[in-house]
Design a protein around this ligand. Structure first.
Ligand SMILES: [Zn+2]
Length: 512
């Protein structure tokens, strides 16, 4: 057990606003009060309050609250002891342990800290190895991608020697047990004992939001070696969860909070290139797709997104609120990733933008070929996610033919229908009609409803009264994607399988 006086000292010496501020962007909310988005429940309006003078936090949304130790416990999934140990290390207090107490520990004391320590030692080891003769290929790789030694040091890039146990031996010599080395994911158990997980690779330390290294991303240097994966990451451990880490976040978080922008790139060298080029809010996922846990982390840093106008403003392309910008290749994989983000979270989607480099270069290649300015320009060229998704459908069909237009409409309608924000959906309906070359509102209403006659819209018979509500293709589109319009809407909503090209174009052309 940690001595009570020590726990009190840790509580008093830690600044709660700094510790909480590492995870949540806090803004002043009156005397001795700061607020931000709650990290413990999903919200768009800040109800999470911190009171520095008393060292307490409380969320009016979910009712959670407590002191700095409980915050650290909950945010890091730590035991009480681990939380105190982590805070003590930050403020430089030496803890004293007492025997006794009725607490039964689920984990041995300080296990998390031991794993973090092992990573710190491993990171230093790998960095030192980057200067060794053996790491020549690694240094060449970095230099060819335009990174100076100084830049590599800033990101802590290192090299794992081509040896079965160089790191394991080093960690043992520094007092780590085999069990700890294995639990850290730095070595695996083989027939003849432990062997290093990473061998002959360039090493990027992956840090949590507080800057502590929790894992590594590693790239193969010998591309003729097809037996081993090009990229290899730390496996899931007690301190490394790939769904919750973003490479570069420790370096980017200040810029993300200040500029209210985050750029998601695809690789370690892309994060480096972006930061060096003047896009300091770039991060990357580590061996996994951008998922819901990442969304939560990013949203907490972007801060208050309760602005009702947050997201896309179509006419100017400018956005209110925070911006999340993905740089995807224009290829199918990139589009899939965009669509996944689209389904992930609607509020998030409306703040999401996509920047596509036409020639398919990633930020690292782009910086090499055309310099820092080109990387910045790429980020600037972002378009709203919804527009990106719709346009990538339209780009693949021939809009000069009826079949092409119908095919595009069929594919795009579900996308537009998936936009939950009514005003935004209406805007996109209009835009889609325009992109598809369909006639905007108004044109058809008179022509379609001669008195008393049953009309056919898109293959569905409608009464004159219903037809009277029809205001051209915009309306047809709207009906297709907006089943809530009523009975007619519902019938039209079942259309996609029944729309024939001539249903959609002949009347327009007759009008023209
Ligand atoms: Zn809450």
């Amino acid at each position: 057990m940690i001595r009570r006086e020590d726990i009190a000292a840790v509580r008093e010496s830690s600044r709660i606003e700094d510790i909480v501020g590492e995870h949540v962007t806090l803004r002043t909310a009156g005397m001795d009060s700061l607020k931000g988005l709650c990290p413990f429940h999903d919200e768009r309006t800040p109800s999470f309050h911190v009171r520095p003078s008393v060292g307490m936090w409380h969320c009016f949304g979910c009712g959670e609250g407590g002191d700095i130790i409980s915050f650290v416990q909950r945010i890091n999934h730590m035991s009480f002891t681990e939380a105190v140990e982590m805070l003590a290390q930050k403020v430089g207090i030496t803890l004293h342990y007492e025997e006794g107490g009725k607490h039964t520990r689920t984990e041995e004391p300080g296990k998390r800290q031991r794993l973090l320590d092992a990573h710190r030692v491993a990171e230093e080891f790998y960095q030192a190895q980057l200067a060794s003769p053996e790491a020549h290929a690694g240094r060449t790789f970095l230099a060819q991608r335009g990174f100076t030694q100084e830049m590599c040091q800033h990101f802590g890039v290192g090299y794992s020697p081509q040896s079965w146990d160089a790191l394991t031996k080093h960690l043992r010599s520094r007092g780590f047990t085999d069990a700890e080395i294995q639990a850290a994911g730095l070595a695996s158990q083989g027939n003849r004992g432990l062997y290093d997980r990473f061998r002959g690779r360039l090493m990027w330390p992956i840090r949590d939001i507080t800057g502590a290294t929790v894992g590594f991303g590693a790239r193969r240097l010998d591309d003729s070696d097809k037996d081993s994966p090009k990229y290899l990451n730390t496996p899931e451990t007690a301190i490394y969860k790939k769904s919750q880490v973003l490479y570069g976040l420790d370096l980017a978080k200040k810029a993300i909070a200040a500029d209210r922008k985050v750029v998601i790139v695809e690789g370690y060298t892309d994060v480096m290139a972006a930061h060096v080029a003047g896009v300091p809010y770039a991060v990357a996922t580590c061996g996994t797709a951008f998922g819901s846990e990442h969304v939560k982390i990013v949203r907490r840093l972007l801060g208050d997104v309760a602005d009702p106008a947050a997201g896309v403003v179509l006419s100017s392309g400018r956005a209110r609120g925070g911006e999340v910008i993905f740089t995807f290749d224009g290829d199918a994989a990139g589009q899939k990733a965009a669509l996944r983000a689209f389904h992930e979270d609607q509020n998030f989607a409306s703040q999401t933008f996509v920047a596509v480099e036409k020639s398919g270069m990633d930020p690292c290649d782009l910086r090499l070929a055309r310099g820092d300015q080109a990387v910045k320009a790429l980020v600037e060229s972002r378009i709203p996610l919804f527009e990106f998704v719709i346009r990538s459908v339209i780009d693949h069909v021939d809009l000069r033919t009826m079949e092409g237009r119908v095919s595009a409409l069929r594919q795009c309608a579900p996308v537009v229908a998936g936009i939950k924000d009514q005003a935004l959906r209406r805007e996109y309906t209009r835009e889609l009609a325009g992109w598809l070359g369909m006639v905007p509102s108004g044109l058809l209403s008179g022509a379609l409803c001669p008195a008393g006659q049953r009309q056919w819209i898109g293959g569905v018979g409608v009464s004159p009264r219903e037809a009277g509500r029809c205001r051209g293709w915009e309306w047809v589109l709207l009906a297709l994607i907006w089943p809530t319009l009523g009975a007619l809407g519902r019938r039209l909503a079942r259309l996609p399988g029944r729309v024939r090209p001539r249903d959609l174009v002949t009347r327009v052309e007759r009008q023209a």
